[in-house]
Structure formats: C-alpha cells, structure tokens
Design a binder for this molecule. Structure first.
Ligand code: AMP
Length: 401
C-alpha cells in the first residue's frame, strides 16, 4: 500500500474537513498520534494456539494456604500460566515484580495469590491495587473475591461513578485490600478517609495505560502515601521510557518478567477495509456485521460522541449493540458490558479507554472503525480477539487513496 496514514485523525473528521487541529488539540495531553503504515494492519494468523509453555511449577508447589488452594481448584485453575509460573515464586520471596503482560495472561492471579497469602499470614499487612479503569478495577476485585473466598479477608472498591457513602462505610471497616482507580483513591486520601501508611504491598496494573490517561501525578502521589517499606508489583502491557521511569522511581531491585506481547495478535487474522466516504464506510461495516461468522464483535471508535453516533446508526440499521465510553455512568457501563459478555448483544461499540483490559474471552472480530493512535493501542485492540486457542479476525478501516 503506497501511502502512510496519520493515525490521529478520524477519517470522518477528515471528510468533514478541518478536523486536524481540533483533534490534535484534544490529544495534546496524550501526545499526538503515531504514523502507522497501513501495511501493519495486514497479517495472516500464524498460530491458533498459544505457544506451548511448560510450567516449572504446579499450584501445589506454592506455599499457599489451603483455602487459596481450594479456591484455585474451584475456579478450575489447574496449571499456572507463564506469568503466574514466573512471578509467584519471586513475589513469595518478597521481591518487587515487574510484569510485562497484558490482560488475558492471568496476570491478576499472578499478583493476587501472593498478596492474599501475605494478608492471611501477616495480620497487620494491607494491599493497595491501582488500575486505570473502573472496569479493570472491578474485574480485579472479582478475581480477588473469588480467590479469597472463605478467608475472612475483605476489601474496598474505590472507583469513580459509584456511591461515596458505600465506599466510606467500607473504609471505616479497615479493609485489608483496597482496589481502585487513581482519581477516587486520591480523593479519599485528600478527605482523610483512606490512610495508606500500613499498606505494605502495592500493585499498579496497566501502568502504560495509566500514563496514557494522564494519571502520572495522581499515581505518584498515591505511592508516596504507602508504606516506604513495601513490596511493589507493576504490570504493563508495554514498556517505554515513561513506564520505565515510573517503575524505577518506585521499585527496588525488581524481578522483571516479560510475556511475549506479540503472541496475542499472532492468532488474529488482520486486514484492512478501504472506504471512500462516511456512508460507504458504514455500509462496509454493515456488510461485515451481517456475516454469519461475525458472532461477537467489538467495534472501536474514537471519542464518546462518535461511539454514541455509531451505536445509534447501527441500531437504526437493525443491529443489537451496546456502547461503552468514559461519558457513561458506572451503572450504564457495567450493564452494557454484562449484556455483551452474556451474549445478549453481539456488538459492543467502544472507545479504547473503556475497552482496555476487558476480559471477554470469546470475541470473534475486532473492528477498528477509527485507526488507533499508536501501534501499541492497535495490538491491544486486536488482542481482544483470537483468544483461548481460537483464530480471531481484525479489520481496520482505512481511507481509499
Ligand atoms: P487476566 O489476565 O488476569 O485478566 O486473566 C485472564 C483470564 O484467565 C481470566 O478469566 C482468569 O480467570 C483466567 N485465568 C487466570 N489464571 C488462570 C489459570 N492458571 N488457569 C486457567 N485460567 C486462568
């Protein structure tokens, strides 16, 4: 393909004309988009199965309390995933851990299990887990709840868009695990309703995304409140200088574990869909969505407004869709997501931020209705499909030249 596309511009804005400056202005805090050669959106799937990995440990090798082992069994976890196999021994030895791994690798249990073990054996210890989005924080809470079932441990979920009253009540009970998003955690710290000096384990999940979302100051401030004698876990899907800078400032002699990032997109058949104008674009999306094999699909679009508009347009065309973006209330986002997860609607229209880290395992297709801002974002989007040993499909809309 003989052209290079500037990814920070939505094609629809381009066709309306004059979109560049406003868009670039809006992106000022995130940094301008990257040039991505559209050829990078074309790739034949090479592996339906994730590379075979021989775990060095079984869960029974780890010195976990019986209750944790029982909960692992009832969750059906038989063998540690690569990140668990490598991170858990280091964590149990008290080391700081840096995991370069994205959602879908089992990273949540990789930090949750050693943390729960520590909370069970050290009654004065407490753990703070910070995640960039409400959805991810909720997923982590759910996993922790299931793994800790019957242990008597309890936590508080501190996320925006949900009742302050309930959070204040939970905090008064002195939870041993606090899970939340940076804004709301900082809010509680400022009100004095959360004190972190006893928190001797800290997890930052999806560090790259937190930095993308402009949380660097909040996160830095939060970490300063935690106990200085602490164990830290930092997880990020990607590693760049910003991520490295933050990690280096807040870890000591960490063990780094990288789970091959490209593995997720290797099992996804990737192609472009060229469009001439906005009506041709939606027609082409329509043609794709009516295909039989498109049974569960995320359509990524840029900006809350564009997500809403596309959601409405698709509904007008008779498709059953849900939409998630940062402008929806927490309740609305949760409802949309569970309807998609439970197969009540086959199509989810989403912004990157809302969809990042979602654990929905049976997505067949990812559609990039807008081109992602960076190639990392692209890999993240595409990695939603083709999981659990299945070939997935990803289509990226690019303007015809
Ligand atoms: P995560 O990357 O933590 O979001 O996990 C992705 C999915 O893998 C979740 O649905 C987990 O419940 C599941 N999972 C995590 N660890 C294991 C394991 N050892 N065996 C089977 N499934 C797992």
């Amino acid at each position: 393909m003989p052209y290079v596309y500037r990814s920070s511009r939505a094609p629809s804005a381009r066709h309306r004309g004059g979109g560049r400056n406003k868009k670039q202005q809006r992106n000022k805090n995130r940094g301008a988009g990257q040039y991505i050669d559209p050829r990078r959106f074309v790739q034949v799937a090479t592996a339906a199965n994730e590379e075979a990995y021989n775990a060095k440990h079984s869960f029974s090798d780890f010195p976990f309390a019986k209750i944790l082992q029982d909960n692992l069994t009832s969750k059906g976890y038989e063998t540690p995933s690569p990140i668990q196999d490598q991170a858990i021994p280091a964590a149990i030895a008290g080391r700081d851990v840096i995991g370069i791994a994205s959602t879908g690798t089992g990273k949540t249990a990789a930090f949750a299990l050693p943390i729960l073990q520590r909370l069970i054996t050290e009654p004065k210890s407490a753990a703070l887990i910070v995640a960039p989005t409400r959805e991810l924080a909720q997923q982590i809470e759910q996993e922790c709840k299931e793994l800790a079932k019957g242990s008597g441990l309890f936590g508080a979920l501190l996320i925006g868009g949900s009742s302050m009253g309930a959070q204040l009540r939970d905090l008064r009970d002195k939870p041993r695990i606090v899970i939340g998003t940076p804004g709301r955690i900082k809010d509680h710290l400022q009100r004095g309703t959360l004190k972190l000096h006893n928190f001797n384990t800290v997890v930052l999940d999806e560090v790259d995304r937190m930095l993308d979302m402009g949380f660097v100051h909040d996160v830095t401030e939060i970490l300063k409140h935690a106990s200085s004698d602490r164990q830290s876990f930092f997880f990020s899907a990607t590693m760049d200088n910003r991520v490295r800078g933050l990690i280096e400032a807040f870890t000591s002699d960490p063990v780094s574990i990288a789970i091959k990032a490209s593995a997720t997109s290797d099992s996804v058949h990737q192609d472009v869909l060229e469009f001439q104008n906005s009506s041709d674009k939606i027609d082409k999306l329509h043609d794709l969505l009516i295909k039989n094999e498109v049974s569960k699909v995320i359509v990524f679009n840029e900006t809350q407004r564009n997500v809403e508009r596309l959601h409405r347009d698709l509904n007008d065309r008779g498709f059953k869709t849900e939409a998630i973006h940062g402008g929806k209330t927490q309740g609305q986002r949760q409802k949309a997501l569970s309807r998609f997860k439970n197969n009540q609607v086959p199509i989810l229209v989403a912004t990157d931020v809302a969809a990042r880290g979602l654990d929905v395992s049976d997505i067949t297709h990812v559609v990039n209705y807008s081109i992602p801002k960076t190639y990392d974002d692209y890999i993240h989007r595409v990695g939603r499909a083709g999981r659990a040993g299945q070939i997935g499909y990803a289509f990226t809309f690019v303007p015809q030249q």
